[in-house]
Write a protein that binds this ligand. Structure first.
Ligand code: GDP
Length: 208
């Protein structure tokens, strides 16, 4: 059983004040259509788990999934929609911006990018914006099956090279369709959780 496979829908949040108390969470973020929902569903081995985030009224919300053992997965609204009304965009920026930069229990970010369109402006903004937290980002180059193996490796190398100015950012290939790259994500995310929860156990809150 892998860490994502116990995932259960927990709650939907539309205001910072409603965020649930958690000890450790990892968040999935990416442009709309990047393959984020498919990646979450594939990792959780479920067909429609993340599509709760696509139901009307929830698309611009933050959705929490309980992974058990005090671990949470967070599905953040996709960005880059062509014609989102200004008011909704402002709400998104406010909600996401505050969540990403102030959420203490957010221990790392999974950034999903279509392997055929990596590091778009909004993705780079996201990396720059999140860099101030000093927390790690792991990039999934999704839909890898859409490219030949050679082309996949070429893209991976090019993206790695472009990330030289972003310490703490790692990258891998991923395909929900072929279920490839799953172990690598698991290893990275398990490492984040173990470090975060392990550290806290050694030094419980309120003690020196
Ligand atoms: P989201 O908007 O980022 O949540 O993206 P979705 O998960 O809904 O995926 C967007 C589109 O890409 C859908 O048509 C998916 O079927 C397709 N897609 C997602 N992942 C893969 C993949 O690994 N391989 C292929 N070939 N298509 C994918």
């Amino acid at each position: 059983m892998t860490i994502f496979q116990n995932a259960r829908f927990h709650t939907t949040v539309n205001h910072i004040r409603d965020l649930p108390a958690t000890r450790a969470e990892v968040a999935f973020v990416g442009r709309s259509n990047s393959g984020k929902s498919s990646a979450i569903n594939t990792l959780a081995n479920r067909t429609r788990l993340a599509f709760v985030s696509k139901t009307p009224g929830r698309t611009q919300h933050i959705n929490f999934f309980d992974l058990g053992n005090e671990r949470y997965l967070v599905d953040l609204p996709g960005y880059g929609f062509a014609d989102v009304p200004v008011a909704i965009r402002h709400h998104w920026v406010e909600l996401l911006g505050r969540y990403l930069q102030t959420r203490k229990s957010l221990i790392g970010l999974l950034l999903i990018m279509d392997v055929r369109h990596p590091l778009k402006d909004l993705d780079q903004n996201m990396l720059t914006f999140y860099r101030v937290t000093g927390r790690p980002v792991h990039i999934l180059l999704s839909k890898a099956d859409k490219l030949s193996r050679q082309h996949q490796q070429k893209t991976l190398a090019a993206v790695k090279k472009s990330l030289i100015d972003y310490p703490g950012v790692t990258v891998q290939l991923f395909s929900s369709l072929k279920k490839t790259g799953m172990e690598e994500v698991e290893t990275v995310v398990s490492g984040w959780f173990d470090a975060a929860l392990g550290e806290e156990e050694l030094c419980p809150q309120g003690e020196d």
